[in-house]
Design a protein around this ligand. Structure first.
Ligand SMILES: Cc1cc2nc3c(=O)[nH]c(=O)nc-3n(C[C@H](O)[C@H](O)[C@H](O)COP(=O)(O)OP(=O)(O)OC[C@H]3O[C@@H](n4cnc5c(N)ncnc54)[C@H](O)[C@@H]3O)c2cc1C
Length: 431
């Protein structure tokens, strides 16, 4: 692995064309696109694995690369997913199926650790200088570059980058740099995902389990959100073998304090339910298998960008003049009071994302991609999905690299050049 050289005593400064902070779905595609364009690129990630929510939180069903019978998102993200599927011998999705009413049937399930290994290899092959177990501590504008203070295991060190891309999922970089952000109060709940095994759902007495669950909630042993919405037991948790079921509400996990609270609350929820279920007849041998080890976070902050994607524009399938990628997913807001606010897109609708939604308003040398792209709350509930994160990451990487190469400010790079570069790297760009 190429490591960024550093000296925690002298704070020696290395120069990069593009620094990507956060190696989630967006960050890996941003870093790969920038490095493959031939500019010096580093990728800074606080975990020891790339993939972010996809791997660390085990949300390994990726949505959605196709819509209404054809592929609408491709590019670097799809290349990584396809390679993972091929290695595992899993079939490629049937993109010719035009029925999007059960959108989850179109999600692509991947093995998270194989995916992460594929990503590591691709990053190294492209020459990305990877630094795991490292967090951004500070970012300032200096001589038309960004100077970043990073915290590694061995202390603080500095790097400089022409352009920096915030792919933290929480807009930590944009916020630290003084950019404007939006936050929802309360945020959508998080979920600690697991796969439940060791039982036959058809042999369970669901009525008896429901009654015992209600009694355990009343006694304070369980939280009413340990199997999802409302007060009642949600049998889906057993029939679907766990997966995406509990809700961890009332915590904004944008910063380390919130993140700490949500991790502890997520594990406590899983432990409560595990103890309870193992006492129920037919579930004595219940086992929980974890794809990831973090609580999945649906919502924290989004940036305020030059353009904000509104729910009206999203559901109308607006073709923005600077559209850079397609998107597809129903509106999917997990509201702790209302329940699931799910609104399907009208047949044939394929929304787009403008490049200007990746540019934090009134900032320089800074971009953002992934679930933090500038969008209102309802639009974001759809845009946050992984294929869109990958496509916006690739677009941000392309713009950052072209700007660094030519020296032009981000907003002065010709759109046609960004689009051409993306197409050359396999992306589907709406015209
Ligand atoms: C419960 C749940 C269910 C979901 N279901 C689906 C689904 O079915 N289909 C779908 O497509 N999507 C789903 N999503 C949404 C999707 O998984 C995420 O929105 C998406 O993966 C976010 O990608 P990202 O790259 O923007 O951010 P993230 O995946 O959050 O990646 C951010 C990365 O940045 C790192 N980081 C953060 N801060 C710093 C810092 N200061 N310094 C260094 N590194 C940092 C993090 O460790 C992480 O690796 C779901 C999400 C949740 C929580």
């Amino acid at each position: 692995m190429t490591a960024i050289s550093r000296d925690s005593r002298n704070m020696s400064t290395e120069f990069f064309d593009v620094a990507v902070i956060g190696a989630g779905a967006a960050g890996i595609c941003a870093a790969l696109q920038a490095a493959r364009t031939g500019v010096r690129t580093c990728l800074i990630e606080k975990n020891g694995i790339p993939g972010g929510t996809t791997t660390a939180a085990g949300i390994s069903s990726l949505g959605i690369f196709n819509a209404w019978g054809k592929q609408v998102i491709a590019g670097i993200g799809w290349e990584l997913v396809r390679e993972t599927l091929e290695i595992c011998g899993h079939p490629l999705p049937d993109f010719t199926n035009p029925d999007m009413s059960r959108h989850w049937m179109h999600e692509v399930k991947i093995d998270p650790v194989i995916f992460a290994a594929v990503v590591d290899r691709a990053l190294l092959d492209a020459g990305v200088e990877i630094q795991y177990h490292t967090m951004l501590g500070d970012i300032v504008l200096e001589d038309d570059n960004r100077r970043l203070t990073l915290c590694g295991k061995d202390g603080l060190y500095r790097i400089k980058a022409k352009n920096t891309i915030d792919c933290t999922g929480d807009a930590n970089v944009v916020k630290m740099a003084g950019g404007e952000c939006r936050e929802s109060f309360p945020c959508q709940p998080g979920t600690f995902s697991y796969y439940a095994a060791g039982y036959d759902p058809e042999k369970l007495d669901i009525e008896a389990i429901s009654a015992a669950y209600a009694a355990a909630v009343a006694a304070g042993e369980l939280s009413n959100e340990d199997t999802g919405w409302g007060n009642a037991f949600n049998p889906h948790v057993l029939f679907s073998h766990g997966n995406n079921s509990n809700h961890i509400s009332g915590i904004n996990a944008a910063d380390s304090a919130g993140r700490t609270r949500i991790e502890i609350a997520g594990r406590a929820s899983v432990l409560r339910l595990y103890r309870f279920l193992r006492r129920q007849p037919g579930l004595e041998n219940l086992e929980l298998h974890f794809d990831g080890c973090e609580c999945g976070v649906r919502e924290t902050r989004t940036i305020v960008g030059d353009t904000t994607v509104t729910v009206a524009d999203y559901t109308a399938g607006k073709r923005y003049p600077d559209a850079i990628c397609n998107a597809f997913y129903p509106i999917d807001l997990h509201d702790e009071k209302v329940g699931l606010d799910k609104r399907d897109l009208a047949p044939g609708t394929v929304p787009t994302v403008p490049l200007s939604a990746l540019l934090p308003h009134r900032t320089r040398r800074l971009l953002a991609a992934g679930r933090i792209l500038s969008s209102d709350r309802l639009a974001n509930s759809a845009l946050r999905v992984q294929a869109v994160c990958m496509a916006t990451g690739q677009a941000a990487g392309a713009l950052a690299a072209l700007s660094a190469k030519s020296g032009a400010p981000l907003r002065e790079v010709p759109l046609a050049e960004v689009r051409a570069l993306l197409k050359a790297h396999g992306a589907i760009v709406p015209e």
